[in-house]
Design a protein around this ligand. Structure first.
Ligand code: NAD
Length: 370
């Protein structure tokens, strides 16, 4: 078999390892990219202290599902100050913004030019350090960024070879303050990364190994992290999110993420919850096509069969108070065709092992409507 594996990110994992940030910052000007919640929680001042610099510029205006406008605003500030190092402190929204800002500093134009595919990034000179504060997206170890174009209302991912960060500092202590809802949503996002990477047509042995371990860690820790939020479960989820990110950085995701984009854009469902909504149904459908491969995973997890695995996923959704029916988020029967079309317009839908066309997806949606 042929296989490629490429992941050029130096990963630093462990409680308290944010303290190593200072030795990684280069140049004269550092910019911290973050959001207002993390600013208020004191994360930005803590990271500033660890960076050991006084001349730090802050951009703490990133919103969930970052817009192209926000990215361009941050890039303008970065360009004006000739920034050398960007430190992204936050969840996927912050890290994705920082990736685009770092690239825009070495390339002209606006993010939309690159998101539309009109232009391609050709270089990146700025050092990028990603410090995740959620345990879900794995963005710190992927070459993906996801942006919302407010003018068309479309949220979509883009890939660039210049989106890899130089360093990822994954310090589980930074996730201790996550509220239950964000813990659940980001944990389900990581589960979707791992499971989709595992079953993707583009999967390969290394990504499968990472994905299996990530799924196991999520099945063992997500419930506890939602209920108790204890140190051990937080640590397990941080590792799971990292491994899942590494896995899907090689394979991309599939139909669950394709479905998530309109659910978030149009119906405002948090990203991880949107990815999980159809997971039990799609799992059962994919089992019909790649049952043997899924049995390896199911046995590793200690489940009897695919039905038991699907129920365990539903249990996590219940514990995390995630929506399990489309009607819960205001979707009606007459909305289904539009939802089908916009889900299938995402190219990653084709990486799903079972061929899911309009008819099959409509059936899945009817099944989870109420
Ligand atoms: P997020 O970054 O949008 O953050 C959600 C909320 O949690 C925000 O209000 C934030 O302030 C808050 N928060 C973050 N850390 C916290 C902490 N430690 N304590 C308290 N509150 C905290 O959420 P996310 O799920 O991490 O990221 C979602 C975004 O990432 C979406 O746009 C999604 O499409 C994208 N994404 C990107 C990739 C990738 O590879 N680039 C992968 C998956 C998802």
């Amino acid at each position: 078999m042929d296989m490629n594996f490429f992941l050029p990110v130096k990963v630093i994992f462990g409680n308290g390892r944010i303290r190593e940030l200072g030795s990684l910052v280069v140049g004269n000007r550092t910019m911290i990219v973050s959001d207002s919640v993390l600013l208020e929680l004191g994360f930005v001042s803590e990271v500033k202290e660890e960076a050991g610099r006084t001349d730090i510029i802050e951009f703490c205006e990133v919103e969930p599902n970052p817009s192209c406008e926000t990215v361009d605003r941050a890039a303008k500030i970065g360009r004006e100050h000739s920034v050398d190092t960007i430190v992204a402190v936050g969840g996927g929204s912050v890290m994705d913004t920082a990736k685009a800002v770092a690239c825009l500093m070495s390339n002209t134009g606006k993010i939309k030019d690159y998101l539309d595919g009109t232009r391609t990034f050709t270089s990146r000179k700025v050092r990028l350090i990603c410090v995740p504060t959620t345990s879900g997206t794995g963005s710190e170890v992927t070459n993906v960024g996801v942006y919302t174009d407010k003018s068309s209302g479309v949220k979509k991912p883009m890939v660039s070879e210049f989106f890899w960060s130089d360093f990822a500092i994954v310090d589980p202590e930074l996730t201790f303050s996550l509220p239950k809802g964000v813990t659940a949503s980001t944990g389900l996002d990581a589960l979707a990364h791992a499971i989709e990477s595992y079953w993707a047509k583009s999967s390969q042995p290394v990504s499968e190994s990472l994905a299996i371990r990530a799924i196991d860690l999520i099945m063992k820790n997500l419930r506890r992290a939602c209920i108790d939020g204890d140190k051990e479960s937080r640590e397990g989820l941080s590792m799971a999110s990292l491994l899942a990110g590494m896995a899907f950085s090689q394979t991309r995701t599939t139909i669950l993420h394709a479905i998530s984009f309109p659910l978030t854009n149009v119906y405002g469902v948090p990203h991880g919850f949107a990815c999980a909504l159809a997971m039990p149904e799609v799992l059962k459908l994919n089992y019909k096509v790649i049952g043997e491969k899924l049995d390896i995973l199911i046995r590793y997890l200690g489940f009897e069969d695919v039905g038991e695995f699907a129920v365990a996923i539903e249990d996590l959704m219940i514990v995390g108070e995630a929506p399990r029916k489309l009607s819960e988020i205001g979707i009606r029967e007459e909305d289904l065709d539009g939802l089908v079309d916009s889900s299938l317009s995402s190219p990653i839908a084709k990486l799903n092992p079972a061929n899911i066309g309009r008819k099959e997806l409509r059936e899945i949606f009817e099944h989870i409507l109420q």
